[in-house]
Design a protein around this ligand. Structure first.
Ligand code: COI
Length: 387
């Protein structure tokens, strides 16, 4: 029985605090003993059994808000991941010789927890993030958690931080699983130890302009990925090299950068934070993922939804010139969801797309969001209810 447990232990252990909170909500606040009340008072606000954290839910952007808990598990290079546990959200200690710091041995994922109108909490296809992390880990010579460990860690992190999951329609809890080489290594070889971390932050729209159509800049100097590189996996090393292109474009008023293939500089690949789709009549085309493009989970979900709605979806080489002929362009990603593109600038020429009611991107977004929030029947079995 949790009330019989030493209260200092409860104060110090996040797992016990969670258990304690669960017991409190069962017995009801009025029957608390003085001891339980004092633990309640002294511990973090979560123990007050608040349904929601005290933040402005109407103005969530895509910034980091510290939440209560994170998850951590470790593994040595030749072993499997041990059982992880929740701890208070906070800084981690690293060896200066950690593989991730010296050689960029790291992967990240992004997934979301949603609160439905009925108060239920949903995850969206977390198993797909787990599989993608495993594929990435193989490419980066890292050990990885099993699909079950990964999904369980995401569930635990979402539930422990439940009060940070925005009210329906206000956003989501963005969950960031990280796999990093934490063992010390001086020569260039795989790290002798790996850490799997999961933290979370409530988020709203990814782009500062909210749901306003994006203005993309086609970059023909910098490339995001090269053939034979690691562009197809979610390696942390894919992201810093595009920061210069992004800041240059943002400084000129663009929302994001669209990259071209590094060989021909002729085929579109993806934007810095999302995959891209081009609509022409009933055909929706998106660059095929052949090692240089991230296999987005929103990307593949949108492909399935679009096909079921009767669109012909083609995964193929898409020439940059096709953008000029397109009826509509949109991007997809976990953070971005589905974002309509309002203009594309390429070689100094700006092309504007007509934004009207009945856009394909908006139809697809509504379907996806409806499924994620439990409002539309999930015939795909994508949604995992966790409450
Ligand atoms: C995501 O969509 O989850 C991503 O990882 C993109 C990131 C640049 C925020």
């Amino acid at each position: 029985m949790v009330f019989g447990t030493n209260s200092n232990m409860i104060r110090q252990s996040p797992n016990l605090r969670l258990l304690f909170r669960a017991s409190l909500s069962k017995v009801g606040a009025r029957s608390l003993t003085a001891e339980a009340s004092s633990v309640l008072r002294e511990s973090e606000p979560m123990l007050r059994n608040e349904e929601y954290a005290d933040i402005d839910w109407n103005n969530l952007g895509f910034g980091l808000t510290k939440t209560d808990y994170m998850y951590k598990a470790k593994c040595s290079h030749d072993a499997t991941f041990q059982q992880g546990e929740l701890s208070d959200y906070g800084n981690i200690e690293l060896s200066p010789a950690a593989g991730v710091l010296n050689y960029g041995q790291g992967l990240f994922e992004g997934t979301k927890a949603f609160r439905g109108e009925n108060g239920k909490i949903f995850l969206f296809r977390p198993d797909q993030n787990a599989i993608r992390m495993q594929i990435g880990a193989e490419r980066m010579c890292m050990r990885s958690p099993s699909v079950q460990q990964f999904v369980d860690a995401v569930k635990q992190t979402a539930l422990a931080n439940k009060r940070w999951i925005p009210p329906p329609g206000k956003g989501s809890l963005y969950i960031r699983p990280l796999l990093i080489g934490t063992g010390p290594i001086l020569g260039l070889s795989p790290s002798p130890e790996y850490t799997f971390l999961v933290y979370a932050s409530p988020v709203g729209n990814y782009f500062k302009a909210g749901m306003a159509p994006l203005n993309l800049y086609v970059e023909d100097e910098f490339h995001r990925a090269t053939r034979g590189g690691a562009g197809g996996v979610k390696s942390i090393s894919n992201y810093a090299p595009v920061l210069q292109a992004i800041s240059r474009a943002k400084g000129r008023g663009f929302s994001d950068v669209l990259y071209l293939d590094s060989v021909h500089k002729k085929y579109i690949e993806e934007a810095s934070s999302c995959n891209i789709f081009v609509v022409k009549g009933n055909v929706i085309s998106t660059p095929a993922t052949m090692g240089t493009i991230l296999e987005g989970i929103t990307r593949k979900s949108i492909i399935d939804i679009a096909r079921d709605l009767g669109y012909k979806v083609e995964e193929r080489f898409v020439e940059v010139d096709e953008l000029m002929e397109a009826d509509e362009v949109f991007t997809t990603g976990t953070a971005v969801t589905v974002a309509t593109v309002g203009s594309i600038t390429y070689k100094g020429q700006r092309l504007e797309y007509k934004i009207s009611d009945g856009l394909v991107s908006q139809k697809l977004y509504k379907m996806l969001q409806g499924i994620q929030l439990g409002k539309i029947e999930d015939k795909y079995d994508w949604v995992v209810e966790i409450d």
